[in-house]
Every structure is written in structure tokens, then in C-alpha cells.
Design a protein. Structure first.
Length: 144
């Protein structure tokens, strides 16, 4: 499904002078035409014109609602964002030659296994209830 980006520009409020455009309608149409051709050259496709309310200040404490005319354009994004897909492909790749068959890892032998450390709390000499003691890391003794 294609993705789009949108551009919203204010509609012109009055037409600009040009050759052959004498009436207000002709000047306004020429202004819209040149705006649409300019954006169309950059790949923007005209969608619609919208009139939207906008609250403005009136005096010191008053507010009024004005209406703004906007022209909406869109264009398709060139390429979807594939950076995550590329990252995932690179994470899954291996350094194994194509003619080699990857093997599974072997389970470690008991000699390779490091003894686990346990936390042992021993009281200091003459420890009272306000002195909780000292924590010491002591390796667990492996059976022989």
C-alpha cells in the first residue's frame, strides 16, 4: 500500500496581475493555476480545498472565529522505510561459507562450568541488632 505525504498551503486571497487576465476571476484563476503548476512540478498532486475555523484575538479580551481557506496536496513517498528490514536481514546473516553446513553448539562439560556464587551473610564479631552484618560472596563447592 503506498504511503503519502501531505502539504497544506493557504489559498491565495487575491489574484495577481498577468497578461490577458482582466477580470478578478481571471486573475484569481491564473494565480491558482501557477501555484498548482509550481507544486505539480515538484510531484505534489492537488487533492482539495478546505475551509477551516481559526480562533483569533479581538481587542484585549475578546475572541472571534475567522475561516481560513487551505489547499491540500499530496505525493507518494518514493520508497517505504526499509531500514528495519535491512537491519533484521543483517542480524540473521552468518559468516559461514555457502558450502559449509552450520552445526549446533555442544553442551558444556562439567569442567567448563564455573561454580555459581552464593550470597552468605555472616555476622561480624559481637554484632548487635542494629548492626546487620557483612555480605560475603563465597563460591559454592562442587561435589567430587
Amino acid at each position: 500500500m503506498p504511503s503519502f505525504e501531505y502539504k497544506v498551503v493557504p489559498a491565495p486571497k487575491k489574484g495577481l496581475r498577468s497578461k490577458g487576465a482582466r477580470s478578478t476571476e481571471d486573475k484569481f484563476a491564473n494565480t491558482l493555476q501557477s501555484l498548482m503548476n509550481e507544486l505539480g512540478a515538484d510531484g505534489w498532486e492537488y487533492q482539495r480545498a478546505d475551509t477551516l475555523p481559526c480562533e483569533e484575538r479581538s481587542g484585549l479580551t475578546g475572541k472571534t472565529t475567522a475561516y481560513q481557506n487551505m489547499l491540500i496536496f499530496r505525493r507518494a513517498l518514493d520508497q517505504p522505510d526499509t531500514s528495519l528490514l535491512t537491519l533484521r536481514k543483517n542480524d540473521l546473516s552468518t559468516d559461514v561459507a555457502s558450502d559449509e553446513i552450520p552445526t549446533t553448539k555442544k553442551a558444556p562439560t562439567p569442567e567448563e562450568v564455573r561454580p555459581q556464587e552464593t550470597m552468605v551473610t555472616t555476622p561480624l564479631g559481637g554484632a548487635s541488632r542494629s548492626d546487620p552484618g557483612k555480605t560475603v560472596n563465597a563460591p559454592e563447592v562442587a561435589p567430587q
